[in-house]
Design a protein. Structure first.
Length: 128
């Protein structure tokens, strides 16, 4: 499973080996103990990758083999590709811009998605 954390400073992605149900249950218990509200709903999330990033074709091939409706790749322009994901949004309220997004996909698609995101972060950091 991929866990995308959207914060005020950006996106952080990590691979999690637990089930979404268990992670959500733990988050619900934490919110209850802290007296916080929690909003959970199915949804979509996205992030950008450079269009010329190496191994993007590997992700495209993995998605074609699986006929995955969980992940979509959409060219934005000559420089970027949008990776769209279906999953579960967890945040303090419905309108929150910060929160956690969970998505399940095959191991191969998950691996490529995560590695490409890591590579893009390193690439962006080297430009700064």
């Amino acid at each position: 499973m991929l866990k995308l954390n959207y914060t005020e400073v950006g996106l952080y992605m990590e691979r999690i080996m637990t089930s979404p149900e268990l992670l959500i249950a733990q988050r619900v218990v934490l919110a209850m103990r802290l007296g916080q509200t929690l909003h959970i709903e199915p949804g979509r999330a996205s992030f950008l990758l450079p269009a010329d990033i190496p191994k993007l074709e590997g992700l495209e091939m993995a998605l074609q083999r699986e006929c995955s409706s969980v992940v979509t790749l959409i060219p934005v322009d000559e420089e970027f590709v949008e990776v769209g994901l279906s999953g579960i949004w967890v945040a303090e309220d419905r309108e929150a811009h910060e929160g956690m997004f969970l998505t399940l996909m095959s191991d191969r698609a998950e691996f490529f998605t995560y590695k490409l995101w890591q590579m893009s972060e390193a690439y962006i950091s080297s430009l700064a």
